[in-house]
Design a protein around this ligand. Structure first.
Ligand code: GDP
Ligand code: MG
Length: 227
């Protein structure tokens, strides 16, 4: 039998300097996020922040959402990535305007980048703005962008503990898409267990099971987002 694990080394607040985020940075981000929200609302634009790990299915979900919604709404998308524009090109193929945002080394979008990207759009000819955040389950949680709603895409291929290990991103999400349901059996992942994990972290969040390759469940995502 292995030895018991013993006490866990825990960082005190502010102690881990390389991941500590200065309060004033977060406050400045919140202020710009509020301004973004006001500006978008004034023009009747609904922005949705789409978060999740690399490969979870964020781009695939956006592509399916665009296909479902482009006859009802005038849509644009922002695509946050470190350096590439691959996803942006993928979304653009569906005939919507896409602004690629490269964050360099940053693991999340922030409100200031959204403010800059919004200046590229004609807000008067837009109803819906889909924002694909940088693939990460940790950093984007702390940086609201000014969106009306936040959705987290989590796929079964990330294993059974993704949600319990990363609770913060789920706390501030109105919708969670549990994606790649077609692979659940192969991965040995129990879908209802993942749903319960979300409910434990945030009982108000709506959980939808999706296959963003086929489009299964995407209509329910639309309804959960109130679109
Ligand atoms: N089997 C399966 N593959 C999926 C599903 N959704 C996305 N994928 C695939 O997973 C890969 C990563 O998807 P992508 O949308 O690029 O993920 P992102 O990094 O979160 O934007 C792509 O090859 C997709 O075709 C799904 O529901 N089932
Ligand atoms: Mg992507």
């Amino acid at each position: 039998m292995s030895k018991p694990l013993g006490d866990v080394v825990k960082a005190d607040e502010g102690e881990v300097f390389d991941i500590e985020l200065e309060e004033n940075i977060l406050r400045a981000n919140q202020k710009i996020a509020d301004e973004n929200r006001d500006l978008l609302r004034k023009h009747g634009v609904t922005a949705i922040d789409i978060m999740g790990s690399i490969g979870a299915g964020k781009t695939s979900l956006i592509e399916k959402l665009v296909e479902l919604l482009k006859n009802r709404y005038r849509i644009a998308a922002f695509k946050g990535d470190l350096t590439t524009t691959i996803d942006a090109e993928m979304i653009r193929r569906h005939g919507v305007e896409v602004v690629a945002i490269n964050t360099g080394k940053e693991c999340h979008l922030d409100a200031n980048l959204i403010k800059k990207a919004v200046q590229r759009l004609d807000l008067n000819s837009l109803d819906l703005l889909l924002i694909e955040n940088v693939g990460n389950l940790i950093c984007p949680a702390e940086f609201p962008l000014g969106s009306e709603k936040r959705i987290v895409v989590v796929s079964v291929t990330e294993g059974p503990y993704m949600i319990v290990k990363h609770p913060f991103i789920f706390m501030d999400a109105q919708v969670v898409a549990i994606n790649k349901v077609d692979l659940a059996t192969a991965m040995g992942v129990e879908l209802n267990k993942l749903k319960n994990d979300v409910a434990e972290v945030n009982p108000k969040t709506e959980v939808v099971f999706t296959n963003c390759r086929t489009g299964e469940g995407v209509q329910e995502v639309v309804e959960a987002l109130g679109l």
